[in-house]
Design a protein around this ligand. Structure first.
Ligand code: SF4
Length: 416
């Protein structure tokens, strides 16, 4: 995907660098907060031959020694994003079942967590496809909302007092962070925004650094990362259990298919899906489907389509009205985000295949919670801040919209 953003957004894109990050650390007016993705944790862990938890603790220590105020992980924002997506799917399914006239507009629902895919859809397929894309924000942007519209107040800061950096496996996440849709006006009265008064305009995620850029930063400073001490983790927004382990929902590329499938089976058909999903591989390893039958009738039919060719085929079917799926997890990179273009490259003598196997093992090393609704941090955020999954407040804060874009190229940070 080549960029499809405005010139103002392009400026924001160019500012997202390690130099800018280091400069911000000496700012007297803003505190720097960092949010780390599980895929980047796995990338660092694999590169240095340590566990993801060790990588998280060591990176926390390193970043704090530079002056970072807090380091969170994005597992809880991913769980929020998954739960919102589940409720959104159930809502769309019921609407489609209740009114056949809207069926094509509501289903299939297409996952929205991959900005490479979203940008391509906006630029190439416009109104035929955009209504199908889930309105739920990606984990990165949910994290941005959490930090700038909730956690900042708990840190005793205002949204404009924070410079929020995420560490991600992907360059396209920089493009996502720079979208106008993720800038909001702060309520000058001191509330959490949306009072109608004009306050400073604040960006949810100010800068995205890739796993590879973090490695460059460590190497440019001559840091012996594996030998660093392990620092305590910040618990406010990190999914960490009492033993200090990070936990979250696993899944090939984010768990959207799996979590939505189990949730829809339970809520719509009263069925509990036990054990691993029985995925059927179709034309290649990056195109799979799964279905649920009740009384001999197929009631759910979901798919995962990764990589450009599979996405093109799927989009063609949707446009022709021939897509039988109700939900599709779409990711631009073959093998998903673990294989993102911003991940640390293979070591000398290591093949790409070897690396992805090590990354998968590291990723699976973390503690699993099967149902994101069981995450106590998520439960607390819904209770004290959002007012429940897919509530009016959650829909206003954790959902977004998409726009048809001109095919004019203003930036190109493609990795697929
Ligand atoms: Fe980025 Fe690739 Fe993941 Fe999409 S699938 S979010 S392009 S790493």
């Amino acid at each position: 995907c080549s960029g499809c953003i405005t010139s103002a957004e392009t400026v924001m894109l160019q500012q997202q660098s390690t130099d800018e990050f280091v400069q911000r650390l000496s700012s007297a007016t803003q505190a720097v907060v960092v949010s780390l993705s599980p895929q980047s944790r796995a990338s660092l862990a694999t590169h240095y031959g340590i566990t993801p938890l060790q990588a998280f603790r060591k990176l926390t220590g390193f970043l704090k020694s530079l002056g970072v105020r807090a380091v969170f992980d994005t597992s809880c924002s991913r769980d929020l994003s998954l739960l919102e997506s589940c409720q959104e799917f159930v809502d769309r399914y019921r609407k489609a079942a209740g009114n056949s006239a809207t069926k094509q507009g509501e289903l299939p629902m297409l996952a929205s967590a991959c900005p490479g895919w979203v940008c391509y859809a906006e630029k190439t397929h416009g109104q035929h496809i955009l209504p199908h894309i889930s309105s739920t924000k990606s984990p990165q942007q949910v994290m941005g909302t959490l930090v700038k519209r909730h956690a900042c107040y708990r840190l005793g800061l205002r949204p404009e007092d924070i410079y929020h950096v995420t560490i991600m496996p992907c360059y396209d996440k920089k493009l996502e962070a720079a979208r106008d849709d993720f800038i909001f006006a702060v309520d000058p009265g001191g509330g959490t925004g949306d009072s109608g008064q004009a306050g400073p305009r604040v960006t949810e995620v100010d800068s995205v650094l890739t796993s590879g850029e973090i490695l460059d930063l460590l190497e440019s400073r001559g840091v012996d990362f594996a030998a660093l001490e392990e620092a305590p983790l910040d618990l406010m927004l990190s999914s960490v259990d009492e033993a200090g382990h990070v936990y979250g929902v696993r899944g090939g590329a984010g768990g959207y298919l799996e979590t939505n499938f189990r949730h829809a089976a339970r809520v719509l058909f009263g069925q509990t899906v036990e054990g691993p999903l029985q995925m059927k591989t179709l034309r290649n390893a990056d195109f799979k489907e799964v279905s649920l039958e009740v009384d001999g009738k197929r009631v759910l039919h979901f798919a995962a389509a990764y990589g450009f060719r599979n996405i093109q085929n799927l989009v063609r079917k949707i446009k022709q009205g021939k897509c039988e799926y109700q939900f599709v997890e779409i990711m631009a990179c073959p093998a998903g985000c673990l294989n993102g273009g911003g991940q640390i490259k293979p070591r000398k003598g290591q093949t790409a295949k070897d690396l992805i196997q090590h990354l998968e093992a590291a990723y699976l090393h973390e503690v699993t919670v099967r149902d994101p609704a069981d995450n106590p941090l998520v439960q607390e955020l819904y209770r004290t801040w959002l007012g429940g999954p897919y509530s009016e407040n959650a829909r206003s804060l954790l959902h977004t919209q998409y726009h048809e874009r001109e095919r004019t190229v203003t930036a190109s940070i493609s990795n697929w």
